[in-house]
Design a protein around this ligand. Structure first.
Ligand code: ATP
Ligand code: MG
Length: 576
């Protein structure tokens, strides 16, 4: 395809200067030396992420620059976060929360969410962040499965928990941020607990293999799984943040993800703070102008976001970009879904910066495949494996396939942040390791002759049409290049003759009308770009494409709705 030839490269002075050499020489053991305490019984990610900075020149450095949609701002230094999390850790211990207990978080992106996650780690308990937009069913599922002992939420959100409380006998405490009065049995005020608590706290040193957090996957392909991670993950968090997000001491970093999605926990809390970086948190909803104003106001230098957000910004148009001074930006990364080459090209035009795609999963716990500043970008490719990561394309039997061949994307197990279990589901966990010697990602991809990986699709989403295998991403990417199309979701629709035909659901840009003529025009447009069998025989115009709260297109929902079948677990569906 034409876009594979377009290559960009960013000059680098620090960080990962020489990818190939680093990949050859790299060892995870070496990374442990970046931490203050790393011994068998003496680690704690919260010490490395927060506390240790308070005995260095970073003590008064801003850790968190917080802003809400009304423009209210708060700033916390590393010392502030230490003090507040120490107090909360004392309070949690005081009510009997111990190492290994699950404490779930059902909060908007307010500073208390970030402080709570640190405090929970400090006592060796296990944090479970959840999106604040979850409905009662989604909350109940997660609290029940994890057998959470405490929940930190707000009085308003607590109403949704109340609906399910009877069925949650393990849930002993509900800690409410901003509660005025009228606390019911089992409810505590976050503020009163913090006020009462002592500032003197001795961190709980844990084993690197002790659990740190449980995050339920995005639910793109089915019912979310309780992926469980450990303190040892800090090794991966630290070094991937440094080398993939290219963070340096004077950066102002903004990760737009909510901690309810793994990106917001790993690269919106741990990764940057392990590196002592100042980060911005904007608690409001997506809004193009608001987002640009956040970059301008806080002079954001490094920005980590997702393809859906970038596509929405593209749809919002180039004119509004001119209203803002975005000159502070120096580096942009994207994750979560395939990044359409069209978006990279657009970004290069309007931001004057390439967007660096990277690939990973809740289960992998950190970035596995990425575009690095020092490597040329091939738009549409996820990049190359992170040092220490062995990624290959294999067939169903586990045999490695040569470059150019489509197959299953697999990783050699054993990197520091690999999932340690699926909470209360041993069988599900074992499924990842069914192919002997491999961790199966469930994605299909291919590697080119230069060692770059190209995403094809989720194994379940790949379409088989008249004997040809087509990944929906390839078709979606070509569709969004059409001037009338803002967004597209593509599925395989059962067909007697061809096995499956390609069906596209498309959202039009403003100013374009749906018509049969436009359908034809789109089909011709795709035929010119892709192989003849890959054009959508059916096109449906739609107002939106169903997405998860982490911004991923839910093709299984498109398909089920189209075929009139049950839609399955919808707990993570984003509803507007
Ligand atoms: P579930 O496992 O519950 O169906 P999910 O797989 O969407 O949900 P996540 O762990 O948030 O949950 O997402 C990981 C998946 O997201 C990857 O397996 C891949 O399919 C997709 N993904 C992530 N980053 C990229 C990327 N850069 N390019 C293409 N796909 C990506
Ligand atoms: Mg998955």
């Amino acid at each position: 395809m034409e876009y594979k030839d377009i290559i960009y490269k960013t000059p680098v002075k620090y960080g990962l200067i020489n990818y190939e050499k680093t990949y050859e020489d790299f060892g995870w053991e070496e990374v442990k030396r970046s931490f203050e305490h790393f011994s068998h019984d003496g680690v704690n990610i919260a010490h490395e992420g927060i506390d240790r900075h308070t005995s260095t020149s970073h003590r008064n450095k801003v850790a968190l620059l917080w802003e809400d949609e009304n423009g209210h701002k708060k700033e916390y230094t590393f010392s502030d976060i230490k003090r507040q999390s120490d107090k909360l850790a004392n309070a949690l211990k005081g009510i009997g929360i111990n190492k290994g207990d699950r404490v779930f978080l059902f909060l908007p992106r307010i500073p208390e969410l970030y402080i709570s996650i640190i405090a929970i780690a400090k006592i060796g308990a296990i944090a479970g962040p959840m999106f604040s937009a979850f409905g009662p069913g989604a909350i109940k599922d997660r609290l029940l499965n994890s057998e959470a002992k405490a929940l930190i939420t707000t009085p308003e959100l607590n109403q949704r928990v109340n609906e399910a409380k009877e069925e949650l006998p393990m849930l002993k405490y509900i800690i409410l941020v901003g509660a005025k009065d009228n606390l019911k049995k089992g409810e505590l005020s976050y503020e009163s607990e913090i006020n009462k608590a002592s500032e003197a706290f001795n961190i709980t040193w844990v084993n690197p293999e002790d659990y740190l957090y449980i995050l339920y996957t995005s639910g793109t392909t089915g019912k979310p799984k309780g992926v469980t991670h450990v303190h040892n993950d800090m090794i991966s968090h630290y070094i991937t943040t440094k080398w993939v997000l290219d963070l340096m001491d004077d950066d102002v970093y903004w990760c737009t993800a909510d901690p309810g999605w793994v990106t917001g926990t790993v690269y919106g809390i741990w990764g940057p703070w392990l590196n002592g970086i100042s980060q911005v948190v904007y608690s409001g909803r997506y809004d193009a102008e608001k987002w640009y104003s956040i970059i301008e106001k806080h002079k954001v230098t490094v920005w980590y976001t997702a393809p859906t957000a970038l596509r929405m910004l593209m749809k919002a148009g180039d004119e509004i970009i001119k209203k803002y001074d975005l000159s502070s930006l120096r580096y942009i990364c994207s994750v979560g879904e395939p990044l359409n080459p069209e978006v990279i090209r657009w970004g290069l035009g309007v931001y004057n910066l390439p967007i660096h795609d990277n690939w990973w999963q809740t289960e992998t716990g950190s970035i596995m495949i990425a575009n690095y500043p020092s490597l040329p970008i091939k738009p549409g490719s996820m990049g190359k494996p992170f040092p220490g990561i062995c990624a290959k394309i294999i067939d169903a039997k586990g045999k490695e396939l040569p470059s150019g061949k489509h197959g299953f994307l697999a990783l050699k197990p054993g990197w520091p942040s690999m999932l340690r279990k699926i909470w209360r589901d041993r069988d599900k966990y074992n499924e990842y390791f069914r192919t002997s010697g491999w961790y199966a990602t469930g994605d299909t991809a291919y590697m080119d002759d230069d060692g770059y990986f190209w995403f094809v699709g989720r194994a379940d989403d790949v379409i088989n049409t008249a004997g040809h295998r087509v990944g929906p991403f390839e078709v979606e990417s070509a569709l969004v290049e059409h001037e009338a199309i803002a967004e597209a979701g593509v599925i395989g629709k059962p067909d007697k003759e061809r096995g499956e035909i390609i069906k596209a659901f498309v959202v039009l840009n403003q100013g374009h009308q749906s018509s049969d003529g436009l359908k034809k025009d789109i089909q011709e447009f795709i035929k010119k770009r892709l192989a003849a069998h890959a054009y959508p025989r059916e096109i449906e115009f739609t107002q939106n494409v169903p997405k998860t709260r982490s911004g991923k297109i839910m093709r299984r929902v498109l398909k089920a709705r189209d075929l009139g079948l049950p839609t399955g677990d919808l707990s993570t569906l984003e509803e507007d």
